[in-house]
Structure formats: C-alpha cells, structure tokens
Write a protein that binds this ligand. Structure first.
Ligand SMILES: Nc1ncnc2c1ncn2[C@@H]1O[C@H](COP(=O)(O)OP(=O)(O)OP(=O)(O)O)[C@@H](O)[C@H]1O
Length: 263
C-alpha cells in the first residue's frame, strides 16, 4: 500500500537579515493509512516547520531547498514548487496547538463547519451540510451536537473547543491529519480524552496522523511510530516501543532521562 505522506530528503532554510538558517536538514518520513507517527523533540528542533511544510504554511522568508513532499503519491512540494493548496483542507486536515487558531471567534460552530464543507464539497445541499456537521460532532464524542452547533467558540470549554477544531479538520474526510502540539494547552484529563479520540478516529476512519509533540510520554501512549528531531534533523525513527525502550541515539536517551517517571 502506498504511503499517505512521504517526505524525502527534505531540507528547508530561512533567510535572515544576516545570513541563512537551516531549519530542516535531509528529513525522510513516511505515514501510512491507519498509522500515527509522532514527531518529537525539544523546542526549536524543527517539528512545527516540518508540520507546516506539509500544508504549505511556511513563513515568507522560508524556502524548500532540497527534497520533496508527496501526499497520497502526488508530489506537492519540491524546490520552487508548492502545490499544497490542492490538498490542504481536502486531503490533509490541520489542527493547531490553540483551538482559537483553528476556530473563528466571530462565527458559530454550525457556520464554520458549513463554510468548510461548502468550500470542499461541490454542490453540497443544506440538508447534507447539517447531516455531516452533526455526524462529525458525534464522531468527536460530543453528546449534544445541537447545542455545540449553535454556540460560539468562547461558549465552549477548552477541551470541547479542541474537539470542535479536530472536527473542522476531519469534516471533509481527509486521508491525513497533521496535529501540531494540539493537546499542549489542555489539562491532563482533557489531553487524555483528545488522545483517545485521535486513536479512535485513526482506527475507525483509517486516516493517517502526524502528531507533533514535545511530550514523549504522550507520544509513547498514542503513536505507532516515532521520529525524534534535533537541530532540524530526524536523528532516530522507528516503531514507538523500540525507539523508546531501546533508543539508539544518545540524544533520545537524554530526552527519555529528562522524564522523571520514565524507567
Ligand atoms: N521564519 C523563520 N525565520 C527564522 N527562523 C525560524 C523561522 N521559523 C522557525 N525558525 C527557527 O527554526 C527553528 C525550528 O523552529 P520550529 O518552530 O520548527 O521548532 P519546534 O521544534 O516546533 O519548536 P517549538 O516546540 O518551540 O514550537 C527554531 O530555532 C526557530 O526559531
């Protein structure tokens, strides 16, 4: 089976006033259907750059110098090429750290889901918009979709807001979801619920998930595979349990040693 996402030798550089800074260096990564791949590493290791490159949200001073990104076999990024607009929102959904970046504070949840559906599903009827909106909230394990659809984001709890944000990312039924530190702002109980929700979604819908986190414990709970990043490079990757139980790299060992409860 072909991969949903393939990064091959991806190198990305930022232009600065006084020179250049390599943000990603020769990164290889693959995600298959039904697979959760965790990208872990300390702050500044390049995790967000990697996630944003896949959806074409790199800063203006940042460019791809080498390598490619393919989504479901179609090359969307190469040096001087950015076709991510074709897959963003349809084949690839994105969930940010802060639900307020995914949600518009001025619009009710119903309107936001309807806007996304109308943008991506041609000739969708009003009845179908409503049906799929209720359906996706049910998939997000939201008990009272009617109330949530009629609410503005600020009327919902943080955990509920993040579940709505995930719903917005998957309502168009993308094959791949990119989640960047999307549980970091949540308390531990809510975090667990969101992580359980992701596992269920991946298993039920057969999507692939790229889960960016600085939290190795969380990654070990959720992910099938883990890629450890440092200084813009993937220094180690493989099956999650193998990477965490038998780290090959000193850097990974140090990350694990920094977790008080890890033994
Ligand atoms: N547009 C940019 N211009 C210059 N430097 C940048 C730019 N974007 C990112 N960087 C730098 O690239 C490095 C990697 O940043 P990135 O946000 O990808 O790391 P990260 O692992 O996601 O960190 P964090 O967990 O703190 O978000 C950092 O040193 C950051 O300051």
């Amino acid at each position: 089976m072909s991969a949903l996402l393939t990064l091959s030798g991806l190198s990305i550089t930022a232009r600065l006033a006084d020179g250049e800074l390599r943000l990603l260096d020769d990164v290889d990564l693959e995600i298959r259907r039904g697979q959760i791949v965790g990208v872990v590493g300390e702050s500044g290791s390049g995790k967000t750059t990697l996630a944003r490159a896949v959806v074409g949200l790199l800063d203006r001073n940042v460019r791809v110098d080498q390598g490619t990104i393919a989504v479901a076999g179609e090359q969307v990024v190469a040096p001087g090429v950015d076709r991510t607009g074709r897959v963003r929102g349809s084949a690839v959904g994105m969930v940010f750290q802060d639900a307020s970046r995914s949600l518009n504070p001025l619009l009710k949840v119903r309107t936001q889901l309807a806007e996304v559906l109308r943008r991506h599903v041609r000739d969708i009827t009003r009845a179908e918009v409503e049906r799929r909106s209720v359906e996706v909230l049910a998939q997000m394990r939201i008990d009272d979709p009617g109330r949530v659809l009629a609410s503005y984001p600020h009327q919902l709890s943080g955990g509920l807001r993040q579940r709505v944000a995930i719903g917005l990312a998957v309502v168009t039924r993308p094959a791949l979801v990119i989640a960047d530190e999307c549980t970091t702002a949540l308390d531990v109980t809510t975090q667990t619920k969101v992580v359980d929700l992701f596992r269920t979604l991946v298993d039920e819908l057969g999507i692939g998930l790229l889960f960016v986190t600085h939290d190795l414990m969380l990654a070990s709970d959720l992910c099938d595979r883990i890629a450890v990043m440092s200084g813009g490079r993937v220094v180690e990757q493989g099956d999650a349990l193998t990477v965490l139980d038998h780290p090959q790299q000193e850097y990974t060992r140090r990350l694990l040693a920094a977790i008080p409860s890890w033994s």
